[in-house]
Design a protein around this ligand. Structure first.
Ligand SMILES: Cc1cc2nc3c(=O)[nH]c(=O)nc-3n(C[C@H](O)[C@H](O)[C@H](O)COP(=O)(O)OP(=O)(O)OC[C@H]3O[C@@H](n4cnc5c(N)ncnc54)[C@H](O)[C@@H]3O)c2cc1C
Length: 370
């Protein structure tokens, strides 16, 4: 039984980078749009998850591949400091140095995303959890949400699943694929050493002291004897969160032990933790098509579906429209890291911040023309 009902042109679920890009693009296209988010933070893994590197918009050979909202978001990520967009890219002075990417402060990005959403006209529903999907035949007609007002029904002409875990697609009964996650944790700490360096070099970005423990993105460094995680059931999510924070606790326990007896205590201490589980890949949709690699440089002029590989120079991928359309359900589109990818290599190339913004924008275009 629903306590309230609202009608929109488009309902976007998940205010990560993909969902915000999708919602902003929908509103800019004249569609009445709401954005449903279970936390109270915009940005998802990029902010609440403390990921702090905006991976490249360029191909590694000096060519900018992604423009539009991905570039707008990169600039927003550093709008409130401490970094600036890299020299030579995006209209900044100087000759190009390295790839068009940047580190950023998650908290600074949150403020800039708040500002974007404030100004955009997106109807944002924070602290609101998606709990069900209502279909008529194969058409998605409404999603059910819950918040302090109780249960509510949001109906729309089109829906965009940007939950990072394909939650709408799951509730709508779509076919899904699952990923595997190694044990790791990223957190932000304060340290005397970094503070001293920031002062010495007059570089405030050195104050952003990120601690990365456990496995890297390839799984190297996964603690011996630790299990791997899928992150698709409640128990598994809790186990991952507890075990990953234990990794961090052990680090500070060692530091505290070594500092015993010193007048100033530990010289490094934890400042902030991820507020959402740092799973890289949980579920993706099985789409009508897949993200696949395309020939380089032939694809370079290949239009608006191409994105670069953050791991290697000169590799390009394409997101066909069908990679954002789950099979079997109409009026539903996917955005962000849940897109349909041909294999793990493709999923790894696509599951990053610039591509999340890119696919959010593309999902909005699909929703508009549906
Ligand atoms: C450890 C780690 C390191 C990484 N490093 C990098 C890096 O250096 N650079 C980079 O570019 N990328 C990196 N990534 C990947 C990148 O951060 C994410 O893949 C990307 O930000 C995903 O964006 P998204 O919008 O698709 O999903 P998410 O960021 O997951 O956003 C989904 C949003 O949906 C909300 N949501 C979920 N379920 C519901 C529900 N049922 N109801 C309502 N709301 C819901 C969530 O709260 C969240 O806000 C890393 C990821 C991890 C885990």
């Amino acid at each position: 039984m629903s306590n309230y009902e609202r009608k929109y042109d488009v309902v976007v679920c998940g205010a990560g980078v993909a969902g915000i890009a999708a919602a902003v693009k929908c509103v800019r296209s004249g569609l009445e749009t709401c954005l449903v988010e279970k936390t109270i933070i915009p940005g998802g893994l990029a902010t609440a998850g403390l990921v702090n590197i905006f991976l490249p918009l360029c191909d590694g050979n000096g060519n900018q591949i992604l423009h539009g909202l991905p570039e707008e978001f990169l600039k927003l990520s550093v709008k409130y400091g401490p970094e600036s967009p890299p020299a030579g890219w995006g209209g900044t002075p100087g000759t190009k140095q390295g790839r068009y990417m940047t580190a950023f402060s998650p908290a600074a990005f949150i403020l800039a995303l708040d500002e974007l959403l404030d100004e955009s006209g997106v109807d944002v529903w924070y602290d609101t959890l998606l709990i069900d999907a209502r279909l008529s035949g194969r058409r998605l007609e409404a999603v059910e949400v819950v918040n302090k007002s109780g249960r509510g029904l949001l109906t729309a002409k089109a829906f965009i699943d940007a939950t990072g875990d394909a939650d709408i697609a799951k509730l709508a009964g779509c076919e899904l694929r699952e990923g595997v996650n190694h044990m790791s944790i990223w957190a932000i700490q304060a340290s005397m050493k970094k503070a001293a360096a920031a002062i010495e070099y007059e570089d405030p970005s050195l104050l952003l002291d990120v601690v990365r423990l456990g496995a890297d993105d390839k799984g190297d460094g996964h603690p011996e004897g630790e299990k791997k995680f899928r992150g698709v059931n409640g128990r598994n999510v809790s186990e991952f969160v507890v075990a990953s924070r234990r990794l961090l606790r052990e680090r500070y326990a060692n530091l505290a032990e070594n500092a015993l007896g010193r007048y100033c205590g530990v010289s490094e201490f934890p400042l902030t933790f991820p507020l959402m589980p740092q799973f890289r890949k949980t579920r993706m949709i099985v789409g009508e098509e897949d993200v696949v690699e395309v020939d380089y440089p032939a694809a370079y002029s290949g239009g608006d579906s191409i994105f670069p590989d953050w791991r290697s120079e000169g590799r390009l991928w394409t997101v066909p429209a069908g990679a954002l359309r789950p099979r079997g359900v109409d009026a539903l589109f996917a955005a962000g890291r849940i897109l349909s990818a041909i294999d793990d290599d493709a999923w790894d190339a696509a599951r990053v911040i610039p591509v999340a913004a890119f696919t959010g924008e593309r999902a909005a275009d699909l929703a508009r023309s549906s």
